[in-house]
Design a binder for this molecule. Structure first.
Ligand SMILES: [Zn+2]
Length: 318
């Protein structure tokens, strides 16, 4: 009798071990199966988070304050890129130094996608010099960013069709939020005295912003921070500031402010504040949007509201 009880007890222990093991195995499997999206820039990581943040893992290659024009991939970045299920990149030559590394992920069969490179040519801005280089700073146009959000959602839904409805629902919320900020931003800039509607920044990142919100935009450096401003650029900008009595200059969170600060000192113009251009904020700061919602500056909405408030405040001097 005793030996039968021992046998039954042993059987129960073995069975419970198996059940426990299979449960653990299932948990491990579902964890390891979670879809990994790696975005190159903070703007794209935010876009992916707003569309799919609760459903997939999202990470960014570059963090706040990082300049994508000059960013070089580390050995760890290459490993992260090759381990991703989906590489979301900006293109349009923004990540100039890592273009080859990004191409390599495509060769390895990883989903490799840029919503910005899908944009119709007529929506893009090109430099007016002989290079006719494409301006990559498309996130500054609310309309264009909505188009990018549409294309990304479509692509992600093709890869993960089981979540299509959730992605579409999140896209709709994002579009409503962008449109609200767009309407408010337009009225804010329109209320500025016309002669004050001049935005002078460290590099020429704000042309889409200027076109959309009807404000003249001038950058000390060109559309790419890799080309430093020369003496002639500095002299031309100083002359412009004096001629137009520009109320303020604006530095950028991802660009060295030294040259612009020197020009402000020389011309007597003030620094109107720091704008988020090629990288979003850390997420530790929040701004209040037009409908009272608090946005982290690590989001498109927070970036846009922050920039509009800083610009309006500095240029609203009659
Ligand atoms: Zn830039």
């Amino acid at each position: 009798m005793k030996s039968i009880l021992i046998k039954i007890f042993s059987l129960l222990v073995i069975l419970s071990c198996f059940t426990g093991f299979s449960k653990l195995n299932a948990t491990e499997k579902s964890f390891s199966k979670r879809f990994n999206l790696l975005a190159t820039t903070t703007h794209l990581a935010d876009l992916a988070s707003q569309i799919a943040g609760k459903l997939i893992n999202i990470d960014a290659l570059m963090g706040p304050g990082i300049d994508p024009h000059s960013y070089r991939a580390t050995a760890q970045d290459i490993m992260r890129l090759q381990a991703a299920d989906f590489v979301l990149f900006h293109g349009l030559s923004l990540e100039g130094k890592i273009a080859r590394v990004l191409q390599e992920t495509k060769r390895k069969g990883i989903t490799h996608y840029s919503p910005c490179e899908e944009l119709p040519k007529k929506t893009l801005i090109f430099t007016d010099d002989t290079n006719k280089a494409v301006d990559p700073h498309v996130w500054f146009s609310p309309e264009i960013w909505i188009t990018c959000a549409d294309s990304f959602t479509q692509k992600l839904s093709e890869v993960l069709p089981e979540h299509r409805n959730e992605f579409e629902e999140n896209l709709s919320k994002l579009k409503t939020s962008i449109k609200e900020i767009d309407r408010w931003g337009k009225s804010l800039i329109k209320a500025l005295p016309e002669t004050n509607r001049i935005l002078i920044t460290s590099h020429d990142a704000f042309q889409y912003f200027g076109d959309h919100f009807e404000i003249r935009v001038i950058g000390l450096q060109g559309i790419n921070t890799m080309v430093e401003a020369g003496l002639a650029d500095r002299t031309n900008l100083s002359d412009f500031i004096e001629k137009h009595q520009s109320p303020a200059l604006f530095v950028e969170s991802s660009v060295n402010p030294k040259a612009l600060e020197e020009i402000a000192k020389e011309t007597g113009a003030s620094i109107g504040g720091t704008l988020f251009s090629d990288a979003l904020g850390t997420g530790n700061e929040f701004v209040k949007g037009p409908t009272g919602e608090n946005f982290s500056t690590a989001t498109w909405q927070g970036m846009m509201v922050h920039n509009l408030i800083v610009i309006e405040h500095a240029l609203n001097k009659r």
